[in-house]
Design a protein. Structure first.
Lengths: 279, 270
């Protein structure tokens, strides 16, 4: 099989080495796989290049506007739309906070159910289905559905973010529980504790630091997402941002983007601090 | 160990009383903040819409089933566009993120000021969602697949850059010293001691980002940046929920497939 071809290549490489010619080892040892992968990539690039039509005239026309947008970061306008920006940011932040708490609270039972080492098979499959559903679709798609069901406003956003949080947190929590050390689990079980006591004293202490860290990370993600779902009417700063961009009011857009970046940075700094403190 | 005397008997406490009160106060403040946030949201919600939410949900699902399979053929080109947006966008993003990561890593950066600039670029790119980048780029380069690719690339820079520079900072210094000791030039040191060490992480990160980008590319059409999202948006605006359901099924299948590919590749390289 390929064993022969690789050893032949090795012999050839050795002969070249003896003549003083060195070449690095190929990344993929099997020659047929290497060649077909390279050909596949080449074929894809050609196919993609042929099927993408870019209107370069339009791109060239837009360049002025691009420069204008970048320049607007030097002169962000926080003032003239300050009312809308304040309300939008407040809504985004409150949505983020409530949705993360509700989502994490709901994710804990789902995560427990999705851990193979502590959940019975039917519960395991139900919980894994919930996780897969929540993780496959982007927040914005879920937001469209929830806006259609619950009407415009921040409530649809909260439900969207909470739903997305469930999938994210439950999956990582379940993986963490599956990686938990067996000894404490057996020890608490041997004392005759109930299932709840078992989870509280054997599982919880092992996963808590990571759960806190992940919750803070998710808080951060939810804030970033809350800036987007406003586009489809689910509340938050996204609607304001969308309007300002569509009006080519780049100074206001730049102000909003800078605020988003600042808040993300702050929350990242804060969560790093808390994570060091809990671990 | 904190111990409290009670009725002549010693009682063990888990924490010092002051610390315990501080923790309770923290929980109370958190609870108050939650209630306050909820009150704000409740104020801005039209609860009348909620009374018939179950009917709305039922009718929505009723109109989605069965999906309208007749449009599947016409969705293939947008789906191909979506995959192109994700793939080309990821490739562009990696191209930019790669040198940036070397500038941002503490052990390979040529100068501290360059490092600060690189970190600033990475943070701004990461903080802003691909959809927002797409909204902006649609107004700059016009609607279409090109705006989508650029949006995906801009968002990927931060993600790939951050994970890659962290990988560079975690490399083993011994091979670097060994290659430097042979008299190798700066680029040679990078190529023969740093690069082989970060290669598995690099491949893993790239494929992981590609997988995420496939998901994100499915929605970029909502703001006019090409791909299957355009068809989804049109179907939603026409309230043709059976067609929306078809798009959802296709997105689901694509995402599952890309996740499978990404898991396979990451399994192979790590």
């Amino acid at each position: 099989m390929s064993q022969n071809s690789t050893s032949a290549a090795d012999v050839q490489r050795l002969q070249l080495l003896q003549q003083g010619v060195w070449s690095p080892l190929p990344l993929i040892r099997r020659r047929w796989l290497r060649v077909s992968l390279n050909l596949g990539v080449l074929a894809y690039v050609i196919a993609a290049w042929l099927s993408v039509d870019v209107n370069w005239d339009r791109v060239a026309q837009g360049m002025d506007r691009g420069v204008e947008f970048i320049a607007s970061f030097m002169s962000p306008d926080f003032v003239s739309r300050s009312g809308e920006i304040f309300v939008g940011l407040q809504e985004s932040l409150t949505m983020t906070f409530t949705a993360t708490i509700i989502g994490v609270l709901l994710a804990v039972p789902v995560g427990l159910g999705a851990a193979r080492n502590i959940a019975p098979a039917p519960v395991y499959y139900i919980c894994r289905t919930i996780i897969a559903l929540s993780r496959t679709f982007q927040e914005i798609i879920i937001a469209i559905l929830f806006v259609a069901m619950f009407g415009f406003g921040p409530l649809a956003g909260v439900i969207t973010l909470a739903f997305a949080t469930i999938g994210f947190m439950a999956k990582l929590l379940a993986e963490d529980i599956e990686d938990a050390q067996r000894e404490p689990l057996e020890a608490i079980r041997a004392t005759g504790g109930t299932w709840l006591q078992w989870v509280n004293y054997a599982v919880q202490p092992q996963v808590m630091p990571r759960l806190i860290g992940l919750s803070l990370y998710r808080l951060d993600i939810n804030f970033r997402e809350s800036a987007v779902i406003g586009i489809v009417g689910a509340g938050g700063i996204g609607a304001t941002l969308n309007t300002s961009i569509n009006r080519y009011d780049y100074d206001t857009s730049a102000a909003i983007l800078l605020l988003i970046i600042a808040i993300v940075l702050l929350s990242e700094y804060f969560s790093g601090y808390v994570r060091r403190w809990t671990q | 160990m904190p111990i409290r005397e009670k009725d002549g008997q010693k009682e063990w406490l888990r924490r010092e009383p002051a610390k315990q009160y501080a923790i309770w106060a923290g929980w109370m403040l958190g609870g108050m903040l939650f209630v306050w946030c909820w009150a704000l949201i409740s104020e801005n919600t039209i609860w009348e819409f909620l009374y018939d939410a179950d009917e709305q949900a039922a009718s929505l699902i009723g109109r989605m089933i069965p999906p309208d399979w007749s449009i599947t053929g016409s969705l293939m080109k947008p789906l191909w566009d979506t995959i192109n947006i994700a793939t080309v966008g990821t490739a562009l993003g990696i191209l930019i993120a790669f040198p940036l990561a070397f500038l941002a890593a503490r052990n390979t950066t040529p100068h501290a000021s360059l490092r600060a600039v690189a970190l600033a670029i990475i943070v701004s790119s990461r903080s802003i969602n691909a959809l927002i980048w797409a909204m902006l780029l649609v107004t700059i380069v016009g609607p279409g697949i090109f705006a989508g690719m650029l949006a995906i690339a801009l968002r990927s820079i931060g993600f790939v850059g951050k994970l890659l520079y962290e990988a560079i900072e975690e490399i083993h210094p011994t091979p670097v010293e060994a290659i430097t000791a042979t008299g190798a030039s700066g680029p040679q040191v990078l190529a023969y001691s740093v690069w082989p060490q970060i290669l598995p992480a690099f491949a893993g990160i790239s494929v992981y980002r590609w997988d995420i980008n496939i998901r994100e590319a499915t929605t970029l059409g909502l703001v006019g940046a090409g791909g299957i999202g355009l068809q989804m948006n049109a179907a939603i605006n026409n309230l043709a929920w059976a067609q929306v359901a078809t798009v959802f099924v296709l997105i689901f299948a694509t995402v599952v497939l890309s996740e499978w590919v990404s898991a396979k590749v990451r399994h192979a390289v790590i």
